[in-house]
Ligand binder design. Structure first.
Ligand code: GAP
Length: 508
């Protein structure tokens, strides 16, 4: 299988209007991205598929859309406020924890560069220092480092740790170890964006942009139970923006500061929670494969006991092997009754559930499948990106599942005469009533096909000279490049069938 380079995908996303850096005309802003005309369709299709499959197609799920700014007590109850608020770095080797803003790095500049003239890993190897460390101790460790990499340029550049930590290429050696790469990323325990509600910028007016959509669901649990005639087991789903002031946003949209989540809180009886956890773990994995994440790059990983949050008895991650490494797309967590109990404690309101049949009152347990719309979009883009050879030329094609493809079909008149544009436009107008379709009459038809291949359009429909003779049009399949004829009057139905999964006719 072809190995995708991230640079190629990023440049295709820019070129074809999928994803742009936010406010690019002003130099951008780290950790924020904009979805262009193609990207917004792709991401919307993914969110719509999620909503359709997880909410509308089910009898045991209802939706919710709550405000981004909520009463700050919500975040006290959830534990998002009140923890550490400084970025910290852990050393995996020594188990020491350091305040990242108090660390500095002696960056020993080794003269090695790669073919592009960029500094290599060895060139940038550095020694992490901590405030109390004597200069001689750092010198001593520097000598050891020199044995490994050769003689460094002198003197070392002293840099705040947070600056180098944002650079993937630098492997800093922690203050109490000789091994490189043992330091975790700086992690902040309070990543929330703070703002003020109302005219006064005082402590009593502080509010936060939500860092997850989940808490809005818990805060509305009673409203939903009282109004929606739901009975356990049932879920509440929400799709919406979340914000985290990530210390180190990176890997394109993978870790952003503003992103969208697609979250479910599924409430059930405590004794049924284990089975529901297993159900959601498998159902969510199947959702991705059903939409085309079929390769071995997708995997389900159960957390070890040490990785679990103290209130969780089981958690699994759905992971995807991106070009920058295997990383999480979605987490499915068995959260017990932790969240509802916390909100009862902090709000003083009763959020328990009364089972009419069993005449029992209890706090439901929760299974939480929590996905990221941007990460899903990135995974679908990575999976779809393909380069193959067609007619002796390398073509770039995005092989999206038709359900998420931004444009479902493109209609072309072969030439701009002989009544072809009029016929093509009539078919285009008819298709547009049901689908997002494109019309293109510019340039050679081969180039028009390539343009649609790059945008991931699954089918093209061409009106050509034969159309005038027998009133048929040419259908063309993106992945196989196979072409076949369909009566013009049946073009809409033929496209509908293909989008519904009818196989492309085999070659005659
Ligand atoms: N309510 C649980 C929760 O928010 P999480 O693992 O912190 O759990 C869930 O986030 C999902 O949200 C992740 O699996 C990921 O898809 C997405 N996500 C989290 N932080 C993100 C970020 N900085 N950028 C993009 N997506 C993010």
């Amino acid at each position: 299988m072809m190995e995708l380079e991230m640079d190629k995908l990023v440049s295709l996303c820019k070129r074809r209007g999928f994803i742009f850096p936010s406010s690019e005309v002003y130099g951008g802003i780290n950790g924020f991205w904009d979805y262009g005309p193609m990207g917004v369709e792709l991401k919307r299709n993914i969110k719509d598929a999620w909503w359709r499959d997880n909410v509308q197609m089910r009898d045991d799920m209802v939706g919710l859309d709550c405000s981004i700014i909520m009463n700050p007590k919500v975040w006290e109850a959830s534990g998002h406020v009140g923890g550490f608020s400084d970025p910290m770095v852990d050393c995996r080797a020594t188990k020491e924890r350091y305040r990242a803003d108090q660390m500095y790095v002696f960056a020993y500049l080794f003269p090695a560069t790669n073919a592009k003239g960029e500094p290599t890993e060895a060139w940038l190897a550095g020694l992490g220092g901590s405030p109390g460390e004597a200069a001689e101790a750092v010198e001593k460790r520097a000598a050891k480092l020199a044995k490994k990499f050769g003689k460094p340029a002198d003197p070392p550049v002293v840099t705040p740790y947070l600056e180098v930590a944002a650079d993937d290429r630098i492997k800093v050696i922690g203050p109490s170890t000789d091994e490189a790469g043992t330091l975790t990323e700086p992690r902040s325990f309070n990543l929330m964006f703070k703002t003020y509600v109302g005219a006064l910028e005082s402590e009593s007016n502080v509010a936060y942009l939500r860092p997850e959509t989940a808490q809005g669901i818990f805060a509305n649990f009673k409203n939903v139970v009282d109004t929606a005639r739901v009975k356990l087991p049932f879920g509440i789903a929400q799709v919406g923006k979340s914000f985290r002031n990530e210390i180190n946003p990176r890997n394109f949209t993978f870790r952003s500061r503003e992103f969208e989540q697609m979250e479910i809180e599924f409430f059930c009886r405590p004794e049924e929670a284990k089975d529901w956890y297993k159900y959601w773990r498998d159902a969510r994995f199947a959702w991705y494969t059903g939409l085309g994440l079929k390769s071995e790059k997708l995997r389900l990983r159960d957390h070890d006991a040490e990785e679990l949050a103290f209130y969780s008895t089981a958690t699994a991650d759905i992971e995807y092997s991106f070009p920058f490494g295997v990383s999480e797309l979605e987490g499915i967590a068995h959260r017990g009754d932790y969240d509802l109990t916390q909100h009862m404690k902090f709000s003083g309101k009763d959020l328990s559930y009364f089972d009419e049949e069993k005449k029992e009152r209890f706090t439901p347990h929760v299974i939480e499948p929590s996905a990221g719309a941007d990460r899903a979009t990135l995974a679908f883009l990575c999976e779809a990106y393909t380069e193959d050879e067609v007619g002796g030329e390398i073509r770039t094609v995005l092989k999206f599942h038709p359900r998420i493809a931004p444009v479902k079909a493109a209609v072309f008149p072969l030439v701009k005469r002989d009544g072809m544009p009029e016929k093509a436009e009539a078919i285009y107008r008819e298709l547009k009533r049901s689908y997002n379709v494109a019309y293109d009459e510019k340039g050679a038809v081969g180039r028009r096909y390539r343009r649609q291949d790059e945008a991931g359009t699954p089918f093209c429909i061409t009106i050509d000279s034969q159309t005038n003779a027998d009133d048929t049009v040419t259908f063309r399949d993106r992945d196989s490049c196979r072409q076949w004829r369909v009566p013009a009057a049946g073009a809409v139905q033929a496209l509908r069938d293909l989008l519904d999964g009818k196989p492309v006719p085999s070659a005659e």
